[in-house]
Design a protein around this ligand. Structure first.
Ligand SMILES: Nc1ncnc2c1ncn2[C@@H]1O[C@H](COP(=O)(O)OP(=O)(O)O)[C@@H](O)[C@H]1O
Ligand SMILES: [Mg+2]
Length: 585
């Protein structure tokens, strides 16, 4: 055993470097965050060979005083905090004062900087250490060359150039998304890969995540006491096979937080089934004192003081946004205010036809419901056929049904096309769910019991799940060795294809153990029921039936998507129709 001795400074930094700068992308993150902390309005990043050979970050921020340059490279030296109080309320990205020192311990670093108080720039590098005059605009250029040249073990862990560049690109995108007011560019081996102009969040989201995300996005901005959540959630029709498009920020910092991830997953459970992942770019803001960012050197983890409230708040805000019933007329540009979930203005992406999304606004919803009561007789037949004007229903009035699949309706904006089955399925799902929450659903006895032939496992499922079936509103009993008698079904579903419905239900049930199936698997069961209870293709509907469907859609939460995340209706505006015929061009 050797005696205890203090470690040399360089070695301490190299140890720290293991956590802070584990690969080129983490170096890039630290450098760009420093530029953002310095108040930069534009940040240009140039990489060579995946960032390993060279990484240059130039900004037009406040710069560093010449005599402070050696300190910038020193360990535990920072301009960002000076006390524990400041640490607890920190709002800058950096505060530990160890990133540049760590980077300088594993690479060749050159800092060139100029503040407004000097007429020329100054330069320092970590090899010579002398401060020298240099030509420079106000701002800072940090160059990091030959990353890990002196730590071969670390170098061995690097992946291919393309992979390391990919990670750098990801890190770059995350920071660009959160800072729409800053212009960014990224080049690799001399080719420009990304270029974003300064603008607002909408613009940046569209530039970074693309028009498709944008077209399926719903804006939200919700404030509750000290918490604010804003950003964009993609409707389930835009779900992804991976988690790639999940961007979540706390006070501007990209985080991977289990609590937030869980709240978001929960918020999507009703509208997104199976192995799909939602896409979103969301920003949580709260008092810096309410969140601890000093959990890990890389700072992608945070700790909330009141984690339960944050979870509840995020869950409800997102769920509500996704569930927003059809309320406001979509072409009255709803201006997002801090307390409302607002409609996304999709006007800019007018073609091809695509589902518009309508936001929740208390006022229009109330006035619509009032209108609906006045405008229809009890069978759903409109008393007036005015399809325009302020009070017209959002989805308008049915004019026809085609191919037994689609309902066409005329509304103020133009033509609405509804997938009849998908829409009805969604409505049924929400209704059954509501009914179940309120108690046992109303059921309808069948005049003549429905007899169906089944196999042994279905017979067993009926006995085993007797209680569940009863609670769902079914009365099913064995009528012979291979035969079941269905005596009652939930009223809501009584018009569906009953034999198919019962078979699907039993085949779902036999997959699960009886205990607690209705709690744990309820939504899946309901989805099965709704699917088979809904009107099938090729059922012809009368106009009053079609209108009743449209009114039901308007009154139903989450009616925009069916249970599988597909849209239930699309809008073709008069403008889009005109375009098809090249009118007015
Ligand atoms: N791009 C930059 N513009 C202005 N100052 C910078 C820049 N990069 C680094 N600095 C200065 O160098 C100091 C050390 O940076 P760093 O090691 O990343 O620590 P931290 O960001 O935690 O303070 C910062 O506190 C800041 O004063
Ligand atoms: Mg820093």
């Amino acid at each position: 055993m050797r005696r205890i001795h203090p470690l040399p400074d360089l070695l301490i930094s190299q140890i720290a470097a293991g956590e802070v700068v584990e690969r080129p992308a983490s170096v890039l993150k630290e450098l760009v965050e420093n530029s953002l902390d310095a108040g930069a309005g534009r940040i240009d990043v140039a990489l060579e060979e995946g960032g390993v050979r060279l990484m240059r970050v130039s900004d037009d921020g406040g710069g560093i005083e010449p005599e402070d340059l050696p300190l910038a490279l020193a360990r535990h030296a920072t301009s960002k905090i000076g006390s524990l109080e400041e640490l607890e309320r920190v709002s800058s990205y950096g505060f530990r004062g160890e990133a540049l020192a760590s980077i300088a311990s594993v690479a060749r670093v050159t800092l060139t900087s100029r503040t407004t108080s000097t007429s020329h720039g100054s330069r320092i590098n970590n090899t010579g250490g002398e401060i020298a005059p240099a030509a420079s605009a106000v701002g800072t250029v940090v160059e990091v060359a030959d990353l890990y040249f002196n730590t071969p073990a670390r170098r061995k862990f690097l992946k291919s150039e393309a992979t390391e560049f990919g990670h750098c690109d990801d890190a770059f995108l995350r920071m660009a998304l959160a800072n729409p007011g800053v212009a960014f560019s990224l080049s690799h081996n001399g080719c420009v890969k990304r270029r974003y102009v300064a603008g607002d969040l909408e613009r940046r989201i569209r530039d970074v995540l693309g028009g498709e995300f944008f077209a399926h996005g719903r804006a939200l901005d919700v404030v509750a006491g000290p918490l604010r959540l804003y950003g964009f959630v993609a409707l389930p029709a835009y779900s992804k096979a991976s988690r790639d498009e999940q961007y979540c920020y706390v006070n501007g910092r990209f985080v991977r937080d289990k609590l937030l991830a869980h709240a978001l997953r929960e918020a999507y459970t009703d509208v997104l089934h199976g192995a799909r992942h939602p896409a979103y770019a969301l920003f949580v803001e709260l008092d810096p004192g309410g969140v601890d960012v000093n959990v890990h050197p890389a700072k992608t983890e945070v700790r909330f003081r009141d984690s339960r409230s944050v979870h509840q708040f995020v869950f409800h805000a997102v769920q509500r946004s996704l569930a927003a019933p059809l309320g406001a007329a979509q072409d009255t540009a709803a201006s997002p205010s801090a307390t409302e979930v607002s409609a996304w203005d999709t006007a800019a992406y007018a073609y091809p036809a695509r589902q518009a999304t309508l936001g929740v606004q208390e006022q229009p919803v109330a006035s619509y419901l009032d209108f609906a009561q006045r405008a229809f007789d009890s069978s759903g037949t409109p008393l007036t056929t005015q399809a325009s004007g302020r009070d017209a229903p959002v989805l308008g009035y049915a004019v026809a049904q085609i191919h037994g699949i689609y309902v066409l309706a005329q509304n103020a904006a133009g033509l609405v096309i509804v997938d009849m089955h998908a829409a009805h399925e969604r409505i049924l799902y929400e209704r059954i769910k509501q009914q179940l929450e309120a108690g046992p659903p109303s059921c309808q006895s069948l005049l003549v019991p429905l007899l169906i032939n089944v196999g042994n496992s279905e017979m067993a499922a009926v006995t085993e799940h007797a209680e569940t079936l009863r609670r769902l509103g079914f009365e099913i009993a064995p009528a012979g060795p291979q035969e079941l008698a269905v005596r009652a079904v939930p009223t809501l579903l009584s018009r569906g294809d009953l034999p198919a419905l019962v078979r699907a239900l039993l085949s779902d049930l036999k997959e699960f153990p009886a205990s607690r199936v209705i709690e744990a698997r309820r939504n899946e069961l309901l989805a099965t029921l709704a699917c088979h209870g809904a009107v099938r293709a090729n059922r012809s509907l009368s106009l009053p039936e079609m209108n009743a469907l449209l009114r039901d859609m308007e009154a139903t939460e989450r009616a925009d998507q069916c249970n599988h995340g597909r849209p239930t209706w699309v809008q073709l505006s008069i403008g889009e129709l005109d375009k098809l015929f090249m009118r007015g061009q």
